[in-house]
Design a protein around this ligand. Structure first.
Ligand code: RIB
Ligand code: CA
Length: 327
């Protein structure tokens, strides 16, 4: 079993990732730690709790994290992509029963969990990296306490999804992303170079929704607004022929359970902090001899460059269709 914490901003594709992790027999999901992003922090935390409640995952902790980026002013949330509630406009009014751990921040929770099981936990970060940077500031030994870190964020060669240069999670807190990639630890980045190759179609979502499970129906329902966005905004242009959407965050889960489905390139990496290219992921793939101070002492980071998309898609679909989360 892979003990896992997902740091998340739910988020439609975050919901897909959570469902995938819960339905995978090799993953022990310990917690969701929340961060602003697809909507404000109150919304992402409420959504995390509600999704777990809907999935019957009563033992999974929720720890509330950062509501704003490390340094820059907060950018607009992505409600136009994920719905006014962040999960496809299907959140029913009213409180959820699933409690979050008010006494700890997400960063403190991650540190405490890692100290309790040193070297065991895989942290999967699928929102802005603010909580991870905060955890590093509180506990610089965190890298040695974790098994690994898998990040959904950034893009090397694929155009960005919020600007020509930037992917949303890195754009929303580029300073935090640059801090995280400056630390020497086993990091794998699952960015748009691969997530835009794995598209989930309307037919796939119908298959999931008609599988006769509550979790399947929920994933189909949360995805409707998101697929509409991909279709009407042109975000899916060139990526699929029928209405479809990317399952970004679920691809990060796939990278944990089937790392050999991905190709990687490894090198020093940075994230542009400000300006027109803010949030852009850069890697020194040429190993320039004339290192500037910007690139000195940067550790190697692995970024996914290619994926066996059919294998990942098939595994995701079969877990959601056959491996119902609910008893
Ligand atoms: O760019 C895609 C990422 O941004 C995903 O994690 C999505 O949920 C949003 O947070
Ligand atoms: Ca996300």
């Amino acid at each position: 079993m892979i003990p896992m914490i997902i740091d998340t901003d739910p988020g439609v594709d975050d919901a897909m990732a959570i469902a995938y992790a819960l339905s995978h027999p090799d993953i022990e999901l310990l917690a969701l730690t929340t961060v602003f992003g697809n909507t404000h922090l109150d919304g992402t935390t409420r959504n995390a709790r509600w999704l777990l409640e809907q999935f019957g995952a009563t033992k999974v902790d929720v720890a509330r994290g950062a509501g704003v980026p490390l340094i820059q002013a907060a950018r607009p949330h992505a409600e136009f992509v994920h719905g006014a509630d962040g999960i496809g406009n299907i959140y029913p009014a009213g409180p959820t029963r699933h409690a979050d751990l008010h006494f700890e921040s997400a960063a403190e929770y991650i540190i405490a969990a890692a100290r309790a099981r040193p070297g065991e936990i895989t942290l999967v970060a699928v929102g802005p990296l603010t909580n991870i940077a905060a955890a590093l500031a509180l506990e610089p030994a965190l890298p040695a306490l974790l098994q690994s870190l898998v990040i959904m964020g950034g893009t090397l060669d694929e155009p960005g999804n919020v600007t020509p240069a930037a992917e949303a999670n890195f754009f929303n807190d580029p300073h935090a992303a640059d801090v995280v990639l400056g630390v020497d630890w086993p990091v794998r980045i699952v960015g748009l170079d691969v997530t835009h190759r794995i598209m989930i179609t309307d037919s796939d979502l119908d298959r999931i929704g008609n599988a006769g499970t509550r979790s399947g129906r929920l994933i189909r329902d949360v995805s409707r607004h998101y697929v509409d966005f991909y279709t009407t905004s042109g975000a899916a242009r060139g990526l699929g022929s029928e209405p479809c959407c990317a399952m970004h965050d679920a691809a990060a889960i796939a990278c944990v359970v089937m790392p050999d489905a991905f190709d990687y390139t490894t090198g020093p990496a940075r994230v542009v902090p400000d300006g027109m290219a803010s949030g852009q992921l850069l890697m020194d793939r040429k190993r320039y001899a004339y290192a500037t101070s910007w690139w000195e002492d940067r550790p190697a980071t692995s970024v996914c460059t290619a994926v066996d998309a059919e294998r990942v898609r098939a595994d995701f679909l079969s877990r959601l269709v056959n491996g119902d989360i609910l008893a």
